[in-house]
Design a protein around this ligand. Structure first.
Ligand code: UDP
Length: 235
């Protein structure tokens, strides 16, 4: 196997499937099956999940809501998604723990780094909810932060597109995909991989990012097998 410990970042929107809002149970189950395949290969899997399918602080602020209040709602949304993913994984026979950056002890363990690492060593999937626990951050930043903390080998950012392109492939038909690209090239070319805070944190800590299409069956397993899927951002 190419990687021993991975951090999978899934956006909240990915969980909507074809729906406009909330969680699509079929999509959730598909993800659980993909993750199970990887766990069964002995890969240690941590997951950071977004909340955009339920609430985003910025969207709240746009309607006049206090930004911090909105971000708190967004962070709680990630806990809801984390619970849903936990449930889908356990229905598929995968052992999991949900750790939250916001204390919500009746439904999730608090985030404790050493405990998270111990769970991973025991083969449990650890889902990190609540983002970083701070407003003004995103779950991409949470993903990079947790990946560094737990010493993951890579961040696998599951998206709707199959990698990083020279331009938006939905708008520009001549756009081509990168198999590999450096952090500095992403910046000089002005390409969008993650928000700047998250991206810089990853670069500074030399943590590679793989952007790939999570909706294509088998992709996750192929990546951990070392196949060139999506785009890898590295030094
Ligand atoms: N959020 C936050 N701090 C964090 C992570 C998330 O305040 O560390 C809030 C923020 O309001 C964000 C929302 O939670 O809009 C949902 O997260 P995100 O937008 O990253 O989800 P995704 O786009 O991945 O679905």
């Amino acid at each position: 196997m190419h990687y021993k410990r991975i951090l999978l970042k899934l956006s909240g929107e990915a969980l909507m499937g074809e729906k406009q809002y909330g969680i699509d149970s079929d999509r959730l189950n598909e993800y659980a099956e993909e993750i199970k395949e990887v766990v069964e290969k002995g890969i240690e899997v941590a997951i950071v999940i977004g909340g955009g399918n339920i609430f985003r602080g910025l969207a709240g602020a746009a309607t006049g809501m206090d930004r911090v209040q909105g971000d708190h709602m967004g962070m709680l949304a990630t806990v809801i998604n984390g619970l849903a993913l936990q449930s889908a994984l356990e229905m598929n026979g995968v052992q999991t723990r949900l750790q939250s950056a916001i204390k919500i002890n009746e439904v999730a363990e608090p985030f404790i780094r050493r405990r998270a690492m111990r769970h991973l060593e025991k083969g449990r999937v650890v889902i990190f909810g609540g983002g970083t626990g701070n407003p003004y951050f995103t779950t991409d930043s949470a993903a990079v932060l947790r990946a560094i903390e737990i010493e993951a080998d890579v961040i696998l950012k599951g998206t709707r597109v199959d990698g990083i392109y020279t331009a938006d492939p939905e708008k520009d038909k001549s756009a081509t995909k990168f198999d590999n690209i450096s952090f500095s090239e992403v910046l000089t070319k002005g390409l969008k991989v993650m928000d700047t805070t998250a991206f810089t944190l990853s670069q500074e800590n030399e943590l590679p990012i793989v952007v790939f299409d999570m909706n294509k069956k088998g992709n996750l397993l192929k990546i951990v097998n070392g196949q060139t899927i999506g785009t890898t951002v590295n030094l």
